[in-house]
Write a protein that binds this ligand. Structure first.
Ligand code: SF4
Length: 287
């Protein structure tokens, strides 16, 4: 198998066969992200991808396959269809194929293209939303608007995909915290995903915001402020049946539940922890 650079995957894909369809991220400008800053974006030749799949299919009866890297959906639809057909022809035990996707990738595809990908067995898309605040989206160089996010999430749902969306607590610092929480809740309420994960900002060398942190131009929020932000989000979001998780290694408090059914319960858990100052210690946080 040929892996170029560091390969990232969502935590839930820990037991998946990972095939690198693209290298890096076509967007690669988000200022909080260090993942692919050293990689030059490329779409791998189809024959190389199929060769890796062939090798992988001989290793183990994989149930799940993840198409890496940062936004494999950027590939031409006909090439993704070829990959999907190869997977389903050569991985007899496969039950799920997933990939990361950016809002731009989704909007670039027609509804028919998305439906054809879904029909061919691409089941779920992982989408980094990060925030629903227009101001913050511009600041982090995400280059999409909240309106485009809603459109993309609806398009994905209409095509029959499951979607897993991530938000990042602390992304705008204390200054934009309320706006970040409330505007994110508005986007999610308009187009609820199947899964929603709230991570907490954890900057690493290579991310432009890491430089801002070192120079003092940006400050992390405290654990209390971060939990207040998630609390504010939970008190504003209306997304019945979305499975909510804030149990990533980066979070100060592990939360899980189903919106809206468990929203009050999770708010109560936050209040309890806030009153006791019982946060996860900093040394246990990480990615
Ligand atoms: S956050 Fe996602 S879209 Fe943004 S640069 Fe990183 S991998 Fe690319």
């Amino acid at each position: 198998m040929n892996y170029i650079g560091k390969v990232y995957r969502p935590p839930s894909e820990a037991y998946s066969f990972i095939v690198q369809a693209t290298v890096g991220c076509a967007h690669n400008s988000c200022t909080f992200c260090s993942m692919y800053k050293e990689d030059r974006f490329a779409i791998r030749p189809l024959e190389d991808i199929l060769r890796d799949l062939e090798e992988g299919s001989r290793l183990y009866p994989w149930k799940k396959v993840f198409l890496a890297d940062g936004d494999a959906l950027v590939m031409k639809t006909k090439d993704i269809l070829t990959i999907l057909k190869y997977i389903y022809d050569h991985f007899p035990a496969v039950e799920q194929v997933t990939s990361y996707a950016t809002v731009q990738d989704i909007l670039r595809k027609s509804p028919e293209e998305l439906k054809s990908l879904r029909k061919a067995g691409l089941q779920m898309l992982y989408i980094g939303m990060e925030t629903g605040s227009d101001k913050l989206l511009e600041k982090i160089k995400k280059y999409v608007t909240p309106k485009e996010m809603v459109e993309a999430f609806r398009k994905v749902k209409d095509a029959g995909f499951k979607s897993s969306v991530t938000l990042i607590s602390g992304l705008g610092g204390l200054e934009l915290s309320c706006e970040h929480a409330i505007e994110s809740a508005k986007v999610i309420s308009q187009a609820p995903p199947d899964f929603l994960a709230f991570l907490t900002l954890y900057l690493e060398p290579g991310a432009p915001m890491y430089e801002d942190l070192l120079s003092g131009r940006f400050q992390y929020m405290t654990p209390e402020e971060s939990l207040y932000e998630i609390r504010l989000f939970l008190s504003h979001v209306n997304a019945p049946n979305t499975i909510f998780r804030a149990n990533h290694a980066s979070n100060y408090l592990a939360l899980k539940g189903v919106l809206n059914k468990d929203s009050e319960k999770m708010i109560h858990e936050i209040d309890e922890v806030l009153s006791k100052h019982a946060f996860k210690p900093e040394y246990l946080r990480g990615l």
